[in-house]
Design a protein around this ligand. Structure first.
Ligand code: DLL
Length: 438
């Protein structure tokens, strides 16, 4: 018997759900138009007002917003509420000044907890469950998002955050963790560490589910996590601009992630023509928030590639699903759960006069974790044979990258003209990680 967190909403008949979506979309658009300059300007330019929305399909007439709009509005330019109503802010990774800041009112935070809580119910979690949150806590939405979900269900929450893996394993065992919430790569590292410590978590630990997201995971990786930990794998999707984890979550039937359709309206567009595609076709996911008070977004282009699965689900939930993500329509990389744009690396390199503009990023998997090698060339006038100087340069560059990207990078400095030149678009990223076809 499937279990729900909010049964009356999760199993709402579709016509009622669509009526609710339209009502909320009108309110949300009005909130955006009245309180956020970017929306007012864009709608005015297009000759539209929120009153032009008479049915859900009318949304296609409205302009898109993109991450750059949020960057341009840094920090609070897209807030629809004043400071007295803002309960918390989160920010996505990015170099200083380029981050996107998102505000949450108390109601926004409550809704977020309920969205994630639905996923906890999907894996059989109840007030009697213990959830260990091994996503990072902080500006990143993983830790506090999963935490709010656990609290909404009434679980015992263990806020371990990420890191200190042996202690994570010990807590899992000693405190009887039922549900682990973390990135898939970290789940694998935890499983492997447990084995190194002499445990077989699938047998020795009571854990029954893993709620994993924030980065792509191949089918093999999911299977490995499910087998090594002996768990139901639940894929959770979300992004900080829209809310955080819990925008869509995977039930036990698999076959896609149920969108929290009472809070978000999803469209799939062709990234070239920008036309809305019919359900079932792969394209870029565009999300309109329906209830967000502080940071409402109308037609936000996520750059994530998926499709809408509009088939009845045996779990009884009526909310449509998105398929597991297939990639992105931009060049954003997700390295150990951290979002990195190659342009950020380029920006750091340009601050080093000894280094040429040519570079290549090689991504591999070492153990369970992503490994990044950055190959750079010295400029021709640089004395390449002075080993000590070269080591010093490497160290400086690695430290600068670490502080800008929050990711450790192994630097390989090569002689001028070593990196293969391309006849067309330079191939900056070679992604050899399993399941990544970029
Ligand atoms: O990663 C929020 C999150 C935290 C989701 C914990 C799930 C679990 P951002 O840092 O803003 O937010 O990164 C958002 O990560 O646009 C996707 O490209 C990617 N992503 C998120 N979830 C998944 C997933 C969080 N389940 C970006 N599968 C998104 C694949 C994912 N990619």
């Amino acid at each position: 018997m499937p279990q729900y967190h909010q049964p009356e909403i999760e199993t709402m008949p579709r016509d009622e759900l669509r009526a609710l979506q339209l009502e909320r979309m009108r309110e949300s658009m009005r909130n955006a138009y009245d309180n956020v300059a970017v929306f007012r300007e864009r709608f005015d330019e297009a000759g539209l007002t929120p009153d032009d929305l008479t049915c859900l399909e009318d949304l296609a007439k409205f302009p898109f917003v993109v991450k750059q709009d949020m960057r341009d509005a840094y920090p609070f330019g897209m807030f629809a509420r004043g400071n007295e109503d803002v309960a918390r802010i989160h920010a996505s990774s990015g170099t200083t000044g380029q981050a996107t800041v998102v505000g949450h009112t108390a109601t926004d935070l409550e809704n977020w907890g309920d969205c994630f809580a639905r996923g906890i119910a999907m894996v059989g979690g109840t007030a009697d469950s213990t959830i260990q949150v091994s996503y990072g806590y902080g500006l990143f939405t993983g830790g506090l998002g999963a935490h709010a979900g656990g609290e909404a269900v009434g679980c015992t929450v263990i806020p371990t955050s990420s890191g200190n893996t042996k202690r994570q394993v010990q807590m899992m065992k000693d405190c009887n963790t039922d549900i682990l919430a973390c990135t898939p790569s970290y789940a694998l590292l935890i499983a492997d560490t447990a084995r190194e410590m002499g445990y077989d978590p699938a047998v020795d630990f009571p854990i029954s589910a893993c709620i994993c997201g924030a980065e792509p995971a191949s089918e093999n990786m999911r299977q490995e996590i499910a087998d090594k930990l002996g768990v139901q794998y639940c894929d959770v999707y979300g992004l900080s601009e829209i809310m955080g984890p819990g925008v869509a979550m995977e039930c036990a039937e698999r076959g896609g992630l149920h969108i929290a359709e009472d809070h978000f309206y999803c469209e799939i567009i062709d990234p070239d023509t920008l036309e809305v595609l019919p359900d079932g076709e792969w394209g870029e996911l565009v999300i309109t928030t329906l209830t967000r008070e502080c940071s409402p977004l109308v037609r936000y282009r996520t750059r994530d590639v998926t499709r809408i699965v509009d088939e009845p689900c045996a779990c009884g939930r009526t909310h449509r699903k998105i398929d597991r993500l297939r990639g992105r329509t931009d060049d954003m990389l997700i390295i150990r759960g951290v979002n990195v744009f190659p342009s950020q690396i380029e920006q750091v390199i340009t601050g080093f006069p000894e280094i040429a503009a040519q570079y290549q990023i090689i991504l591999t998997t070492k153990g369970a974790l992503d490994h990044v090698e950055l190959q750079v060339e010295t400029v021709p006038e640089y004395a390449f044979d002075e080993v000590r100087k070269l080591e010093e340069l490497k160290g400086r560059l690695a430290a600068e990258l670490k502080s800008n990207l929050q990711v450790s990078v192994e630097i390989k400095i090569v002689e001028p003209k070593t990196i293969e030149r391309s006849m067309g678009k330079a191939k900056r990223v070679i992604d050899l990680r399993e399941g990544m076809q970029r």
